[in-house]
Design a protein around this ligand. Structure first.
Ligand code: VGL
Ligand code: ZN
Length: 241
């Protein structure tokens, strides 16, 4: 064996040795392990958005066991609640001659009109009873300004009024967010995109979300999220060990 061949042979041997001695965990290749500077964001897993609620998302309750399962992998968890005043500007009932799921133009732009939902203090606005997040550190409520909707947990629909969530996360040194909950194409998508705009690394965990899908809004939301650098993960991509 000439020296060049010998080096190549040794190189191959040492690589094989490395592979053989690699711990099993490392072979669960590509799994993501959320670190101390990551947070799980659980968006609007409330009675209003599941079966029996006022604005039910199809199979919305199915996110609960998925979120409970992945929560153990996170040191930081933030929960959000849609928290509207009665007579809110996003309710169709606030206008004469408007039906739910029609749109209108408000001062800040187009607004989908919804059935009355998630009114402050009602059982409909309560978090789903099976959601088990004892380590969650913050509940942020949004949509309480009567004239302005807030799909996003960061910024209201006027694109001016902030909720304070970005400041909270930054003050705590959090850099990476994993977004879950309801609904994929509204509050999850707006939260994820605003998080990108605020400078966070963001993944949406698809099977921990369910969508409303109003006139193709689900596909449109994924397209917009992808364009803004939001990653699309599945709960199985997380290292829960
Ligand atoms: C939501 C519509 C109206 C959501 C909230 O949580 O996605 N959707 N309000
Ligand atoms: Zn709402």
């Amino acid at each position: 064996m000439n020296p060049t061949h010998r080096r190549a042979f040794l190189h191959t041997l040492s690589l094989a040795g490395l592979a053989a001695s690699a711990p099993l965990a490392a072979l669960a290749a590509g799994k993501v392990k959320p670190g101390a500077n990551s947070a799980l964001i659980v968006v609007d897993v409330q009675n209003c958005f599941v079966t029996g609620g006022t604005l039910p998302v199809k199979n919305g309750e199915e996110v609960v066991p998925v979120i409970n399962k992945i929560a153990g992998a996170f040191q930081n968890i933030v929960v959000t609640q849609d928290w509207h005043t009665a007579g809110h500007a996003s309710f169709a009932s606030s206008y004469g001659g408007k039906k739910p799921f029609e749109t209108t133009t408000l001062k800040y732009g187009q607004q989908v009109l919804w059935p009355d939902h998630c009114v402050q203090g009602t059982d409909d606005a309560a978090l789903h009873k099976d959601l088990k997040l004892p380590t969650a550190q913050l509940i942020i409520r949004k949509g309480y300004n009567k004239g302005v909707d807030s799909y996003s947990a960061f910024q209201e629909a006027d694109r001016k009024t902030v909720t304070g969530l970005a400041g909270y996360l930054k003050a705590r040194g959090i850099k990476t967010l994993y977004v879950t909950g309801l609904a994929t194409d509204f509050c999850v998508a707006w939260t994820a995109m605003d998080a990108r705009a605020a400078g966070f690394e963001v993944s949406v965990i698809e099977d921990a979300c369910r969508g409303i899908d109003l006139n193709g809004s689900l596909a449109a939301a994924w397209k917009q999220m992808t364009a803004k650098g939001v990653k699309r993960l599945q709960s199985a991509d997380l290292d829960l060990a």
